[in-house]
Design a protein around this ligand. Structure first.
Ligand code: PLP
Length: 376
Protein backbone atom coordinates (compact mmCIF):
# COMPACT_ATOMS: atom_id res chain seq x y z
CA UNK A 1 0.00 0.00 0.00
CA UNK A 2 1.25 3.54 -0.72
CA UNK A 3 2.66 5.30 2.35
CA UNK A 4 0.08 8.08 2.30
CA UNK A 5 -2.64 5.64 3.39
CA UNK A 6 -3.37 4.72 6.99
CA UNK A 7 -1.83 1.27 7.65
CA UNK A 8 -5.11 0.37 9.42
CA UNK A 9 -6.97 0.61 6.08
CA UNK A 10 -7.65 -3.08 5.40
CA UNK A 11 -9.74 -2.95 2.23
CA UNK A 12 -13.02 -1.81 0.72
CA UNK A 13 -16.32 -3.73 0.81
CA UNK A 14 -19.41 -3.29 -1.35
CA UNK A 15 -22.38 -1.80 0.55
CA UNK A 16 -24.73 -3.96 -1.56
CA UNK A 17 -23.13 -7.36 -2.23
CA UNK A 18 -20.30 -7.30 0.36
CA UNK A 19 -17.62 -8.18 -2.22
CA UNK A 20 -14.17 -7.25 -0.84
CA UNK A 21 -11.70 -5.05 -2.73
CA UNK A 22 -7.99 -4.49 -2.18
CA UNK A 23 -6.87 -1.25 -0.52
CA UNK A 24 -4.25 1.08 -1.98
CA UNK A 25 -5.32 0.97 -5.63
CA UNK A 26 -7.76 3.17 -7.57
CA UNK A 27 -11.42 2.21 -7.03
CA UNK A 28 -14.72 3.69 -8.09
CA UNK A 29 -17.74 1.36 -7.59
CA UNK A 30 -17.91 -2.37 -6.80
CA UNK A 31 -16.25 -4.50 -9.46
CA UNK A 32 -19.08 -7.08 -9.26
CA UNK A 33 -22.29 -5.08 -8.96
CA UNK A 34 -21.30 -1.41 -9.55
CA UNK A 35 -22.72 -0.26 -6.23
CA UNK A 36 -20.89 2.00 -3.71
CA UNK A 37 -17.87 0.77 -1.75
CA UNK A 38 -17.32 1.15 1.99
CA UNK A 39 -13.82 1.82 3.34
CA UNK A 40 -12.78 -0.64 6.07
CA UNK A 41 -10.43 0.57 8.78
CA UNK A 42 -9.23 -1.79 11.54
CA UNK A 43 -10.06 0.19 14.67
CA UNK A 44 -9.72 -2.18 17.62
CA UNK A 45 -10.59 -0.74 21.00
CA UNK A 46 -9.22 2.78 20.80
CA UNK A 47 -9.95 5.47 23.34
CA UNK A 48 -10.89 8.97 22.20
CA UNK A 49 -7.46 10.19 23.26
CA UNK A 50 -5.85 7.53 21.02
CA UNK A 51 -7.82 8.91 18.10
CA UNK A 52 -8.25 12.66 18.56
CA UNK A 53 -5.39 15.10 18.05
CA UNK A 54 -6.72 18.28 19.69
CA UNK A 55 -3.90 20.33 18.19
CA UNK A 56 -5.49 20.06 14.72
CA UNK A 57 -8.45 22.45 14.27
CA UNK A 58 -9.77 20.50 11.27
CA UNK A 59 -11.29 17.14 10.36
CA UNK A 60 -7.74 15.75 10.28
CA UNK A 61 -7.82 15.65 14.10
CA UNK A 62 -9.27 12.10 13.71
CA UNK A 63 -6.23 10.71 11.83
CA UNK A 64 -6.33 7.08 13.10
CA UNK A 65 -9.88 6.55 11.77
CA UNK A 66 -9.24 8.17 8.38
CA UNK A 67 -7.97 6.32 5.29
CA UNK A 68 -5.30 8.91 4.38
CA UNK A 69 -2.77 10.09 6.97
CA UNK A 70 -3.00 13.74 8.10
CA UNK A 71 0.60 14.20 6.98
CA UNK A 72 -0.39 13.30 3.39
CA UNK A 73 -3.58 15.38 3.36
CA UNK A 74 -4.37 17.81 0.57
CA UNK A 75 -5.97 20.25 2.97
CA UNK A 76 -7.37 23.76 3.06
CA UNK A 77 -8.17 23.28 6.79
CA UNK A 78 -11.69 21.88 6.47
CA UNK A 79 -14.08 20.68 9.16
CA UNK A 80 -14.15 21.37 12.92
CA UNK A 81 -17.09 23.69 12.25
CA UNK A 82 -19.04 25.12 15.18
CA UNK A 83 -22.39 24.00 16.55
CA UNK A 84 -24.46 27.05 17.41
CA UNK A 85 -26.85 26.69 20.36
CA UNK A 86 -30.25 28.18 19.48
CA UNK A 87 -31.79 27.25 22.83
CA UNK A 88 -34.81 24.95 23.30
CA UNK A 89 -32.68 21.89 22.57
CA UNK A 90 -31.73 22.93 19.02
CA UNK A 91 -28.26 23.43 17.56
CA UNK A 92 -27.13 24.35 14.05
CA UNK A 93 -24.00 22.66 12.72
CA UNK A 94 -22.68 25.40 10.48
CA UNK A 95 -20.94 23.89 7.49
CA UNK A 96 -20.92 27.23 5.63
CA UNK A 97 -17.60 27.91 7.41
CA UNK A 98 -15.71 25.33 5.38
CA UNK A 99 -13.27 26.24 2.57
CA UNK A 100 -15.41 26.84 -0.56
CA UNK A 101 -18.39 27.44 1.74
CA UNK A 102 -19.90 23.99 2.12
CA UNK A 103 -19.55 20.56 3.71
CA UNK A 104 -18.49 19.25 0.29
CA UNK A 105 -14.99 20.41 1.27
CA UNK A 106 -14.72 17.52 3.73
CA UNK A 107 -15.47 14.83 1.18
CA UNK A 108 -13.36 16.36 -1.54
CA UNK A 109 -10.38 16.94 0.76
CA UNK A 110 -10.36 13.22 1.55
CA UNK A 111 -11.08 12.04 -2.00
CA UNK A 112 -8.48 14.33 -3.58
CA UNK A 113 -5.91 13.31 -0.94
CA UNK A 114 -6.52 9.67 -1.86
CA UNK A 115 -6.49 10.43 -5.60
CA UNK A 116 -3.21 12.33 -5.27
CA UNK A 117 -1.68 9.43 -3.32
CA UNK A 118 -2.77 7.03 -6.06
CA UNK A 119 -1.25 9.17 -8.83
CA UNK A 120 -4.49 10.16 -10.57
CA UNK A 121 -3.81 12.56 -13.47
CA UNK A 122 -7.24 14.22 -14.01
CA UNK A 123 -10.33 14.33 -11.81
CA UNK A 124 -13.89 14.65 -13.12
CA UNK A 125 -17.32 14.90 -11.47
CA UNK A 126 -20.88 15.99 -12.14
CA UNK A 127 -22.23 18.35 -9.51
CA UNK A 128 -25.14 20.53 -8.46
CA UNK A 129 -22.61 23.28 -7.66
CA UNK A 130 -21.00 22.91 -4.26
CA UNK A 131 -19.17 19.66 -4.96
CA UNK A 132 -17.79 21.15 -8.19
CA UNK A 133 -16.45 24.20 -6.34
CA UNK A 134 -14.82 22.02 -3.72
CA UNK A 135 -13.30 19.62 -6.25
CA UNK A 136 -11.94 22.56 -8.25
CA UNK A 137 -10.30 24.07 -5.16
CA UNK A 138 -8.75 20.81 -3.95
CA UNK A 139 -7.67 20.00 -7.50
CA UNK A 140 -5.85 23.34 -7.56
CA UNK A 141 -4.26 22.59 -4.18
CA UNK A 142 -3.13 19.15 -5.40
CA UNK A 143 -2.10 20.49 -8.83
CA UNK A 144 -4.32 17.91 -10.56
CA UNK A 145 -6.50 19.15 -13.47
CA UNK A 146 -10.30 19.06 -12.95
CA UNK A 147 -13.29 18.81 -15.31
CA UNK A 148 -16.76 19.33 -13.83
CA UNK A 149 -20.19 19.12 -15.46
CA UNK A 150 -23.20 20.93 -14.00
CA UNK A 151 -26.84 21.56 -14.93
CA UNK A 152 -27.06 24.64 -17.16
CA UNK A 153 -29.37 26.41 -14.69
CA UNK A 154 -26.77 26.22 -11.91
CA UNK A 155 -26.36 29.73 -10.45
CA UNK A 156 -23.49 31.67 -12.02
CA UNK A 157 -21.48 31.99 -8.81
CA UNK A 158 -20.90 28.22 -8.66
CA UNK A 159 -19.72 28.18 -12.26
CA UNK A 160 -17.43 31.20 -11.83
CA UNK A 161 -15.97 29.71 -8.66
CA UNK A 162 -14.83 26.57 -10.49
CA UNK A 163 -13.24 28.62 -13.27
CA UNK A 164 -11.55 30.81 -10.68
CA UNK A 165 -9.75 27.70 -9.40
CA UNK A 166 -8.69 26.84 -12.95
CA UNK A 167 -11.14 23.97 -13.57
CA UNK A 168 -12.78 23.20 -16.90
CA UNK A 169 -16.58 23.52 -16.68
CA UNK A 170 -19.24 22.01 -18.92
CA UNK A 171 -22.90 23.06 -18.54
CA UNK A 172 -25.50 20.45 -19.53
CA UNK A 173 -29.31 20.71 -19.92
CA UNK A 174 -31.25 18.87 -17.19
CA UNK A 175 -30.26 17.75 -13.70
CA UNK A 176 -27.10 16.32 -12.12
CA UNK A 177 -28.15 12.95 -13.58
CA UNK A 178 -27.83 14.43 -17.10
CA UNK A 179 -24.52 16.10 -16.15
CA UNK A 180 -23.29 12.66 -15.01
CA UNK A 181 -24.46 11.00 -18.22
CA UNK A 182 -22.63 13.65 -20.28
CA UNK A 183 -19.44 13.04 -18.32
CA UNK A 184 -19.69 9.26 -18.66
CA UNK A 185 -19.77 9.69 -22.46
CA UNK A 186 -17.16 12.43 -22.73
CA UNK A 187 -14.46 11.71 -20.19
CA UNK A 188 -11.07 10.44 -21.36
CA UNK A 189 -9.60 7.06 -20.47
CA UNK A 190 -7.55 7.58 -17.31
CA UNK A 191 -9.84 10.29 -15.91
CA UNK A 192 -10.83 9.56 -12.32
CA UNK A 193 -14.56 9.94 -11.57
CA UNK A 194 -15.39 11.42 -8.15
CA UNK A 195 -19.20 11.28 -8.51
CA UNK A 196 -21.12 11.03 -5.23
CA UNK A 197 -20.80 7.49 -3.84
CA UNK A 198 -19.13 6.28 -7.03
CA UNK A 199 -15.86 7.14 -5.29
CA UNK A 200 -15.28 5.59 -1.85
CA UNK A 201 -13.32 8.23 0.08
CA UNK A 202 -15.72 11.20 0.04
CA UNK A 203 -17.80 9.39 2.70
CA UNK A 204 -14.70 9.19 4.89
CA UNK A 205 -14.40 12.98 4.87
CA UNK A 206 -18.11 13.46 5.58
CA UNK A 207 -18.09 11.01 8.46
CA UNK A 208 -15.96 13.44 10.47
CA UNK A 209 -19.14 15.51 11.06
CA UNK A 210 -20.30 12.74 13.39
CA UNK A 211 -17.00 12.60 15.28
CA UNK A 212 -17.19 16.37 15.73
CA UNK A 213 -20.72 16.14 17.12
CA UNK A 214 -19.52 13.55 19.63
CA UNK A 215 -16.77 15.89 20.81
CA UNK A 216 -18.94 19.01 20.73
CA UNK A 217 -21.65 17.32 22.80
CA UNK A 218 -19.09 16.43 25.49
CA UNK A 219 -18.63 12.76 24.60
CA UNK A 220 -22.30 12.16 23.78
CA UNK A 221 -24.43 12.37 20.66
CA UNK A 222 -27.58 14.39 20.03
CA UNK A 223 -30.95 12.60 19.90
CA UNK A 224 -31.94 13.75 16.41
CA UNK A 225 -29.95 14.80 13.32
CA UNK A 226 -31.80 16.71 10.60
CA UNK A 227 -29.95 16.44 7.32
CA UNK A 228 -30.91 17.83 3.91
CA UNK A 229 -30.39 14.83 1.64
CA UNK A 230 -29.38 14.76 -2.01
CA UNK A 231 -26.93 11.97 -2.83
CA UNK A 232 -26.73 11.08 0.85
CA UNK A 233 -22.95 11.12 1.42
CA UNK A 234 -23.20 13.02 4.71
CA UNK A 235 -26.00 10.84 6.03
CA UNK A 236 -24.19 7.62 5.12
CA UNK A 237 -20.87 8.95 6.40
CA UNK A 238 -22.25 9.87 9.83
CA UNK A 239 -24.12 6.56 10.10
CA UNK A 240 -20.86 4.71 9.37
CA UNK A 241 -19.02 6.82 11.95
CA UNK A 242 -21.55 5.88 14.66
CA UNK A 243 -20.83 2.20 14.00
CA UNK A 244 -17.11 2.91 14.24
CA UNK A 245 -17.59 4.72 17.57
CA UNK A 246 -19.57 1.79 18.92
CA UNK A 247 -16.92 -0.70 17.80
CA UNK A 248 -14.24 1.39 19.55
CA UNK A 249 -16.35 1.44 22.73
CA UNK A 250 -17.15 5.20 22.69
CA UNK A 251 -20.94 4.78 22.50
CA UNK A 252 -23.50 2.04 23.06
CA UNK A 253 -26.12 0.78 20.63
CA UNK A 254 -28.35 3.88 20.77
CA UNK A 255 -28.07 6.14 17.74
CA UNK A 256 -29.22 9.67 16.99
CA UNK A 257 -32.47 9.33 14.98
CA UNK A 258 -31.43 10.42 11.51
CA UNK A 259 -33.83 12.46 9.39
CA UNK A 260 -33.61 13.05 5.65
CA UNK A 261 -35.28 16.24 4.50
CA UNK A 262 -35.96 16.62 0.79
CA UNK A 263 -37.92 19.15 -1.30
CA UNK A 264 -41.36 17.97 -2.44
CA UNK A 265 -40.17 18.52 -6.04
CA UNK A 266 -37.44 15.85 -5.70
CA UNK A 267 -37.97 13.42 -2.85
CA UNK A 268 -36.93 9.90 -3.90
CA UNK A 269 -35.62 9.02 -0.42
CA UNK A 270 -38.83 10.20 1.28
CA UNK A 271 -40.97 8.22 -1.16
CA UNK A 272 -38.84 5.10 -0.69
CA UNK A 273 -38.97 5.47 3.07
CA UNK A 274 -42.74 5.95 3.18
CA UNK A 275 -43.47 3.06 0.85
CA UNK A 276 -41.25 0.65 2.81
CA UNK A 277 -39.06 0.07 -0.27
CA UNK A 278 -35.47 -1.16 -0.01
CA UNK A 279 -34.35 1.00 -2.93
CA UNK A 280 -35.19 4.46 -4.20
CA UNK A 281 -36.79 4.79 -7.63
CA UNK A 282 -35.83 7.61 -10.04
CA UNK A 283 -37.85 10.82 -9.52
CA UNK A 284 -39.35 12.21 -12.74
CA UNK A 285 -39.18 15.96 -13.53
CA UNK A 286 -37.12 16.87 -10.47
CA UNK A 287 -37.28 20.55 -9.63
CA UNK A 288 -36.19 22.66 -6.64
CA UNK A 289 -34.30 25.83 -5.81
CA UNK A 290 -32.27 23.82 -3.28
CA UNK A 291 -29.99 22.66 -6.11
CA UNK A 292 -27.95 20.31 -3.91
CA UNK A 293 -31.12 18.31 -3.25
CA UNK A 294 -32.06 17.91 -6.91
CA UNK A 295 -30.71 14.36 -7.15
CA UNK A 296 -33.42 12.29 -8.86
CA UNK A 297 -31.75 8.87 -8.71
CA UNK A 298 -29.14 8.66 -5.94
CA UNK A 299 -26.95 5.57 -6.36
CA UNK A 300 -26.73 5.33 -2.56
CA UNK A 301 -30.50 5.66 -2.02
CA UNK A 302 -30.68 2.14 -0.58
CA UNK A 303 -27.97 2.98 1.97
CA UNK A 304 -29.81 6.16 3.03
CA UNK A 305 -32.97 4.09 3.59
CA UNK A 306 -31.02 1.62 5.73
CA UNK A 307 -29.49 4.44 7.78
CA UNK A 308 -32.90 6.05 8.41
CA UNK A 309 -34.53 2.76 9.41
CA UNK A 310 -31.70 1.40 11.53
CA UNK A 311 -31.57 4.62 13.56
CA UNK A 312 -35.38 4.82 14.01
CA UNK A 313 -35.26 7.96 11.92
CA UNK A 314 -37.62 9.28 9.30
CA UNK A 315 -37.85 11.22 6.04
CA UNK A 316 -39.76 14.43 5.38
CA UNK A 317 -40.67 16.29 2.18
CA UNK A 318 -41.12 20.06 2.42
CA UNK A 319 -43.05 22.18 -0.07
CA UNK A 320 -40.88 24.22 -2.44
CA UNK A 321 -42.41 27.54 -1.42
CA UNK A 322 -41.28 27.03 2.18
CA UNK A 323 -37.57 26.47 1.47
CA UNK A 324 -36.26 29.97 0.78
CA UNK A 325 -38.47 31.60 3.47
CA UNK A 326 -37.27 29.02 6.00
CA UNK A 327 -33.63 29.79 5.10
CA UNK A 328 -34.36 33.51 5.56
CA UNK A 329 -36.10 32.84 8.87
CA UNK A 330 -33.17 30.86 10.25
CA UNK A 331 -30.68 33.43 8.95
CA UNK A 332 -32.59 36.29 10.61
CA UNK A 333 -32.95 34.30 13.82
CA UNK A 334 -29.25 33.44 14.08
CA UNK A 335 -27.12 35.71 11.91
CA UNK A 336 -25.83 32.58 10.16
CA UNK A 337 -25.41 32.36 6.40
CA UNK A 338 -28.08 29.74 5.61
CA UNK A 339 -28.34 28.00 2.22
CA UNK A 340 -31.67 26.78 0.76
CA UNK A 341 -30.76 23.21 1.73
CA UNK A 342 -30.30 24.38 5.34
CA UNK A 343 -33.66 26.14 5.01
CA UNK A 344 -35.26 22.86 3.94
CA UNK A 345 -33.82 21.18 7.03
CA UNK A 346 -35.19 23.96 9.24
CA UNK A 347 -38.67 23.63 7.68
CA UNK A 348 -38.45 19.85 8.20
CA UNK A 349 -37.79 20.35 11.91
CA UNK A 350 -40.87 22.58 12.22
CA UNK A 351 -42.98 19.80 10.66
CA UNK A 352 -41.55 17.10 12.93
CA UNK A 353 -42.12 19.26 16.01
CA UNK A 354 -45.70 19.90 14.87
CA UNK A 355 -46.28 16.15 14.52
CA UNK A 356 -44.72 15.46 17.93
CA UNK A 357 -42.04 13.27 16.29
CA UNK A 358 -39.48 15.62 17.84
CA UNK A 359 -40.25 16.27 21.50
CA UNK A 360 -39.23 19.14 23.78
CA UNK A 361 -36.70 16.93 25.55
CA UNK A 362 -34.89 15.94 22.32
CA UNK A 363 -31.52 17.48 21.58
CA UNK A 364 -31.65 18.24 17.87
CA UNK A 365 -28.91 19.17 15.40
CA UNK A 366 -29.95 20.83 12.14
CA UNK A 367 -27.34 20.89 9.39
CA UNK A 368 -26.73 24.10 7.49
CA UNK A 369 -24.72 22.42 4.75
CA UNK A 370 -23.41 25.52 3.02
CA UNK A 371 -23.38 29.23 2.35
CA UNK A 372 -26.46 30.86 0.86
CA UNK A 373 -24.44 33.49 -0.99
CA UNK A 374 -23.82 31.56 -4.22
CA UNK A 375 -27.52 31.03 -5.00
CA UNK A 376 -28.30 34.64 -5.83
C1 PLP B 1 -25.61 22.74 0.24
C2 PLP B 1 -25.89 21.28 0.03
N1 PLP B 1 -26.61 20.61 0.94
C3 PLP B 1 -26.90 19.31 0.81
C4 PLP B 1 -26.48 18.58 -0.29
C5 PLP B 1 -26.79 17.12 -0.37
O1 PLP B 1 -25.68 16.40 0.03
P1 PLP B 1 -25.56 14.84 0.05
O2 PLP B 1 -25.18 14.44 -1.32
O3 PLP B 1 -24.51 14.53 1.08
O4 PLP B 1 -26.90 14.30 0.43
C6 PLP B 1 -25.71 19.24 -1.28
C7 PLP B 1 -25.23 18.49 -2.46
O5 PLP B 1 -24.92 19.03 -3.48
C8 PLP B 1 -25.42 20.61 -1.11
O6 PLP B 1 -24.69 21.27 -2.02
Amino acid sequence: MVDQFNPALTGLTCFACETGHEAGVVHTVCASCEMPLRVDIELGISTPSDVIDPARPSMWRYGPVLPVTPEAAVTLVEGWTPVIDLGDGVWVKDEARNPTGSFKARGMAMAVSAAAALGVTRMVAPSAGNAAGALSAYGAAAEIPVLVSMPEDTPEAFVEECRHYGAEVRLVPGTIADAGAWLAKNRSPGDFDLSTLKEPYRIEGKKTMAYELWEQFGGHLPDVIIYPTGGGTGLVGMWKAFDEMESMGWIGTTRPRMVSVQPAGCAPVVRGFESGAERTEPWANATTSAYGLRVPSPIGGFICLRALRETNGTAVAVAEDRIVPAAAELAALTGLDICPEGGAAWAGLADLRGQGWVSDSDRVVVFNTGTGLKYR
